[in-house]
Ligand binder design. Structure first.
Ligand code: ATP
Ligand code: FE
Ligand code: MG
Length: 351
């Protein structure tokens, strides 16, 4: 199956062509990402109205480029997959409408993909990772531990009770005076810092569940950042923040691994981290250690597929299409859409 994937849920306009053979071999034929970085940078964050307009202006050219780079014509497509949520609804509508137009004009099925399901399958773009696996999804808007048994088959073990991990990176980066998007900038600054120079709070210590909380860390870090005057301390605080986020992710993942192991006796134990924060070296190193300690294999998406891209949407679409899970042309854009509700029918029960 060869699918065109479209991603417009946040501040990247992306299109990709992915091929999946019947035996599950996956090839990314093209993956084009247009960022709106420059349009949003002056505001220090994503402005929804600017994003929606920029998607409208970019989508034609980005999709055409993805097709050209893949070296195939529209008649070679078996389907089109578009992100239908969750995200900024104005942007989601742009990609979904474009996908419907392609589906209608070319008479191919439409798959309305949950963006988080795209992140959930993204590591499979780089390695053959069989289902089921334990997933830590750490992105700009989400921080969740999930059991992934396949597309449309995710069970949530825990989630954040306040901020997402990426959001924590972004907000703390901002209070350190770093440019948007903050995660990569903070990682760069942290590389020269000493994490032991600052004491930061540990959230939800001793709790038996797999939930997360980053708001206390965010407040504490902002208070420390205000007092800082020299560049060395800035790097030290960045390193301490990164270590604190990595430690919490690791502590909750350790708990989830033990639960997962108990509920999958005798089965292969696989762990995957995905989403933008999966690009972070310190986070990955901490999670690798979890895997070593608990007997899990470790996988993360190739760097290019950690943050938003359309290849992961095309792949989720291909896996759905292979199962016969397609959507009608009246599929709606859903600003909210929990991953464990990403069932066969992407029609809203509530949103
Ligand atoms: P969601 O998928 O939840 O809707 P999103 O699509 O905006 O949110 P992603 O594109 O998956 O999120 O990831 C973006 C987030 O990842 C941002 O918060 C960004 O700061 C963070 N991020 C990217 N690279 C790094 C890095 N190297 N270290 C830490 N955080 C990073
Ligand atoms: Fe995302
Ligand atoms: Mg993004």
């Amino acid at each position: 199956l060869t699918l065109l994937g479209l991603e417009t849920s946040c501040d990247e306009t992306a299109a990709a062509v992915v091929r999946r053979t019947d035996d599950g071999q996956i090839t990314v034929l093209s993956s084009i990402i247009g960022t709106q970085f420059e349009q949003h940078a002056p505001f220090g964050g994503v402005v929804p109205e600017i994003a929606a307009r920029a998607h409208v202006e970019a989508i034609d050219a980005i999709a055409a480029e993805a097709m050209r780079a893949a070296g195939i014509g529209f008649d070679a497509l078996d389907g089109v997959a578009a992100t239908a949520g969750p995200g900024l609804v104005g942007g989601v509508m742009v990609g979904l409408a474009f996908g419907k137009a392609v589906a209608l004009a070319r008479n191919v099925p439409l798959v309305a993909v949950n963006h988080l399901e795209g992140h959930a399958v993204s590591a499979r773009l780089g390695a053959d990772i069989p289902y089921p696996f334990l997933l830590l999804l750490v992105s700009g808007g989400h921080c969740q531990l999930l059991e992934v048994a396949g597309v449309g088959a995710c069970t949530r073990l825990g989630t954040t009770i306040d901020d997402a991990a990426g959001e924590a990176f972004d907000k703390i980066a901002k209070s350190l005076g770093l440019p948007y998007p903050g995660g990569p900038a903070l990682e760069k600054l942290a590389a020269t810092g000493d994490p032991s120079k600052f004491e930061l709070p540990r959230a939800l210590l001793g709790r038996k569940d797999c939930d997360f909380s980053f708001s206390g860390l965010k407040t504490a870090a902002a208070r420390q950042a205000e007092k800082i005057t020299d560049e060395t301390s800035r790097a030290d605080l960045a390193a301490a923040v990164q270590a604190a986020i990595a430690r919490q992710l690791s502590e909750r993942t350790d708990r989830a691994m033990k639960l997962y192991r108990d509920s999958h006796p005798g089965q292969a134990l696989r762990f995957v981290v995905a989403g933008g924060v999966a690009a972070n070296g310190a986070v990955k190193a901490a999670l690798r250690k979890n895997c070593d300690d608990n007997g899990f294999s470790f996988d993360a998406p190739p760097l290019a597929y950690c943050t938003d891209n359309a290849a992961m949407i095309a792949l989720a679409g291909a896996e759905r299409l292979a199962l016969g899970l397609v959507d009608d042309l009246d599929a709606v854009a859903r600003p909210r859409w929990p991953l464990d509700e990403a069932s066969a029918l992407s029609h809203p029960s509530s949103s």
